[in-house]
Structures are given as C-alpha cells and as structure tokens.
Write a protein that binds this ligand. Structure first.
Ligand code: 6GU
Length: 239
C-alpha cells in the first residue's frame, strides 16, 4: 500500500493542533503518513462565509449547507492518488467506533473525515457520496453522548488507526498485548494490570508472582486478571 493519507474538513482547523504532538506528530515527521486539514470556509464564495442555514421543515438549530462539503470532499479526493476514498462522517447517529473498526480503516489508503457542527450536515452529502463508485461512506460515532462537533471524535479515530501503522509504535509487541486486542472465546479482553518500581508503594505490594521469574505462571496470572477485569467491567456497564 502507498502512504496513507488522512484529510479532515472542519470549520475549526485549530482543533487539529494536537496532530503535531506525540505519536501522530512523529509519524508525520517521519513521512509515514500525510495529513491535511481543510477549512470548510475556504469552499464558500459568499462574503459572509456562510456554512449553515435553517432546516427545511422547521426545528431547532442550523444545518450545514451541502455545497461547501461537496467542494472540499471532491478536492480532497483529487489530491490523493488512492483509487478508493473512505469518507467518515462524524455523527452521534453513526455506528459505534471500536478497535475492530480501527483495524478495518487501517486498510484504507485515504480517509476523509467530515466534521459537522450544529445539527449536522445536509444528509444529501452522505447520500451523494454513497452513489459514487470510488467512495465508501461510513457514519461513525465514538459513543453514546453528544459532542459539540466531530473534531474531537476525529482525533480519537485518527489516533486509534495511526498507532496501528507499522513503524509508528517503537515496540510492536505492545500492540498485541493491550486491551481489546487480547482475544478470548467471547470477544475482546481488557488488559491485565501493570506494575513497576518500587516493589512497595504506599504500603501496596507488587504481586509476588510477577517477581518469580516463572513466565508460565506470570502469563497464567495475567490472563486470569484480564478475565476478571473484563467481567467486572461488563458487570458495571451491563454489556
Ligand atoms: Cl462523531 N459527533 C458528535 N457531535 N457527537 C458525538 C460523536 C460524534 N460521537 C459521540 N458523540
């Protein structure tokens, strides 16, 4: 696969300043990924830079106009050499983002994140790109709560995908040992608890088995802890 590209269309480009930091910043600087942030207002011709209007049929809030989105998404597609573009529309009404979806999006050469604000984007934008053979359209949410816009969700999804790209994380073993990638018969397990120095901290001791040097016992202990944590979590969330 050629170099992956991530574009985000937004009316708040400054929200994406954290992309310069840490893992994603390093991946950009190392040339492992390309990232483009597009200001939606750059695709508006009227002097007031209007990006929204009242909803047909009435109701509260404003709806984002389709035309600036169409222009920005078309330009993103033209600037990439991918044959297929994954358009991710961020919305609380979307499919819940999971580790499984991160692994699926890892296979994409070009993702365009459409970050709506207000009451969302005129639905004809998603309807139109669903009819385009070179687009796959996904409506995605990061959880059952409402954010002011998609930008924070885009950062979450980008980070979950980009850290899976080979070469982005120094020690790839940490990808197979972490929460949600540890598999059991009925789905994913959360990670076992970790300890480091000192051996006693505020009266709390590191479990003796971890100091034993017996890797069979250590693996068994870690697995049972992961199962217990997962069960506790499921009980708490009722899932
Ligand atoms: Cl993707 N967008 C918004 N506005 N709110 C959300 C969300 C997305 N995911 C959860 N809440």
């Amino acid at each position: 696969m050629s170099k992956r590209r991530f574009d985000a269309v937004t009316i708040f480009p400054d929200y994406f300043a954290p992309l310069e930091l840490s893992l994603i910043g390093k991946a950009k600087k190392a040339g492992l990924i390309d990232v483009g942030i597009k200001d939606l207002r750059g695709y508006v011709s009227d002097n007031h830079k209007t990006v929204d209007d009242t909803p047909y049929g009435g109701g509260a809030g404003m709806v984002m106009l389709p035309e600036p989105w169409g222009l920005a998404i078309d330009e993103s597609a033209h600037q990439s050499d991918a044959d297929i573009h994954d358009l991710i529309v961020l919305t609380p009404a979307g499919q819940r983002f999971t580790q499984g979806l991160a692994e699926k999006f890892l296979e994409s050469e070009h993702i365009i994140f459409a970050n709506g604000r207000y009451e969302g984007i005129d639905i004809r934008v998603t309807d139109f790109y669903r009819t385009q053979p070179n687009f796959r359209v996904h409506e995605v949410s990061i959880g059952d709560y409402v954010l002011g816009g998609g930008e924070v969700a885009t950062l979450v999804i980008m980070e979950a995908i980009i850290r899976l790209i080979p070469g982005v994380i120094g020690n790839p073993d940490s990808l197979t040992e972490e929460s949600h990638s540890l598999k059991n018969e009925d789905g994913s397990l959360v990670e076992y608890p970790n300890y480091t120095k000192p051996p006693v901290w505020r009266g709390l001791e590191v479990p003796e088995v971890l100091m034993s040097g017996n890797h069979r016992l250590i693996n068994e202990w870690r697995h049972s802890q992961a199962v217990k944590r997962t069960e506790d979590l499921r009980r708490l969330t009722g899932e």
